[in-house]
Design a protein around this ligand. Structure first.
Ligand SMILES: *Cc1c(COP(=O)(O)O)cnc(C)c1O
Length: 483
């Protein structure tokens, strides 16, 4: 039986949500949420008791399990001409979509971009959502074929430009101390060289792996305003960082930002599959939503709606606060560990999420030891850490990058990345530090041994190493004593 509090919340909270489109301060419990979803779902025609469908898309579902998995929202979102439009057959799904977009806008504001005007959830990950933005700009700038892109070594954002049919113009970063930062002079010189009308837009990045740091958004936004060039910001996992959000807010205040795109899974702890496209000019954001051909999956919207309603503003703010604390903790622990191994934490104060420690002592025998450390961490179930060699050459969509992964042709030394992203726990940091410590010791031992012993001894060492590895894993999960 519901208690009084629940009766009150059932009566008022959903109404408040519908009237104001605001995220509730405190999260709802599961039963309130399910009741709310059911109320919405019965507004879709496929769930009407007396419905008789005679069309080709009537929200019929063969499996009851599939119906339940989607809370009986079967029609998806949007209409053929606009992903944000109301679908008359599916009033509930349409309402769900409107509420989600409104809540997400609310959260973008509380995360630091106060003057955001409009946004919508797209059921495509970040790379494809960036592509959609570029394709929308194409009609406004018929002569343009280039996109100016301060280099970030991440394949999907590079491919987002190629897939849209544009030629990325890569602007190399400059080394300032340990940090890799935007080369503003090179950006401006390139615009002048190509002619502003031939440039589709500038494509900048906030969240990225250290030692690269977020682009100088304010200055870039001013350049875009001066040359009348659109500006699209890849804010992949930047929504969780007040610093990244502040950069976007400031950029839009002093210059030009047309759209900023962020991942749903990286910022809201939901399954991969969605992104948010947001901006400061409502008609332009609507144009992007009209570019999307056909209807779309409602799943990403539903997932983020459920997540935000169950967390409430306070729950989400708490996660953001804990992430900041974890970042401080991770950097202290990583610094200590680095120094114990004669390495150091790279000084990258402008990067609020990702850290890097040098692997100088593993350099010298090609990339072998660095690569080995990477694979050792992986087999020890450390995911997300990247061991970055310096001489890696890789071709992505026909463009060859020297020093790929390191955001520059020739970074002074190899390094290891780790990030404090939303949802990370102290236990994650502690286990990571412990395993990294062991791996560094093992790699160093093998480095020394490799120069001295013969092949068959090395093979015996491999067996020993496998045994140790198994032991690590068992020991860490508490299923057996460490030797
Ligand atoms: C995650 C990420 C992307 C996009 O990847 P998707 O798989 O398309 O979501 C783009 N750029 C950066 C910097 C990223 O971290």
């Amino acid at each position: 039986m519901p208690n009084d509090g629940q009766i009150v919340s059932l009566a008022c909270e959903p109404l408040l949500l519908l009237c104001q489109g605001k995220c509730p301060e405190d999260g709802w419990d599961e039963s309130t949420l399910e009741l709310f979803l059911q109320e919405l779902a019965v507004m879709d025609s496929n769930n009407f008791l007396g419905n008789c469908g005679v069309g080709e898309r009537e929200g019929r579902v063969a499996s009851a399990l599939v119906a339940r998995r989607h809370y009986r929202f079967i029609h998806g979102i949007g209409r053929s001409g606009d992903i944000s439009a109301v679908q008359p057959k599916a009033a509930g799904s349409s309402l769900l979509n409107k509420i989600t977009n409104s809540l997400v806008l609310n959260v973008i504001k509380l995360a630091g971009v106060h003057s955001v005007a409009s946004c919508f959830v797209v059921p495509m990950a970040t790379g494809m959502s960036l592509t959609l933005c570029f394709l929308t700009l194409r009609h406004k700038r018929p002569k343009a074929k280039y996109i100016i892109w301060p280099r970030i070594d991440q394949k999907s954002c590079f491919k987002s430009m190629v897939t849209a049919g544009f030629e990325p113009v890569v602007i190399e970063n400059v080394l300032e101390g340990d940090e890799l930062r935007t080369d503003l002079k090179a950006v401006e010189a390139k615009i002048q060289e190509l002619g502003p009308e031939h440039v589709l837009c500038l494509h900048s990045t906030t969240a990225c792996f250290a030692p690269r740091v977020p682009d100088r958004l304010e200055e870039l936004a001013v350049i875009c305003a001066n040359y009348d060039i659109p500006h699209v910001v890849n804010n992949a996992y930047g929504l969780q960082s007040s610093k990244c959000m502040h950069l976007i807010q400031q950029g839009a205040r002093v210059g030009r930002i047309d759209a900023f795109v962020q991942s749903l899974d990286k910022n809201f702890m939901v399954p991969v599959g969605g992104a948010i496209i947001a901006g400061f000019n409502d008609p332009f954001i609507q144009e992007i939503s009209k570019m999307y051909p056909g209807r779309a999956s409602a799943s990403p919207s539903l997932d983020v709606l459920i997540t935000l309603l169950s967390l409430g503003c306070n729950g989400y703010k708490k996660l953001l606060k804990e992430r900041k604390e974890m970042f401080v903790y991770l950097s202290t622990q990583l610094k200590k560990l680095a120094e114990a191994h004669n390495e150091r934490l790279l000084q990258t104060p402008h990067n609020p999420i990702s850290l890097a420690m040098t692997l100088k002592t593993l350099d010298g025998h090609g990339d072998k030891a660095v690569t080995q450390l990477g694979s050792m961490l992986f087999t020890r179930q450390v995911s997300g850490a990247r061991a970055v060699p310096v001489r890696n050459v890789q071709t992505v969509s026909g463009h060859t990058f020297r020093g790929f992964m390191s955001h520059t042709d020739d970074y002074p030394c190899p390094y290891l990345n780790a990030a404090a992203a939303i949802g990370m726990k102290m236990q994650d940091v502690d286990l990571f530090i412990k395993r990294l410590d062991k791996c560094l010791n093992t790699v160093r031992k093998e480095q020394n041994r490799a120069s001295a012993v013969s092949d068959d001894k090395a093979e015996a060492a491999d067996v020993e190493e496998m045994a140790l590895r198994l032991d690590d894993v068992l020991g860490d999960v508490g299923q057996g004593p460490a030797l």
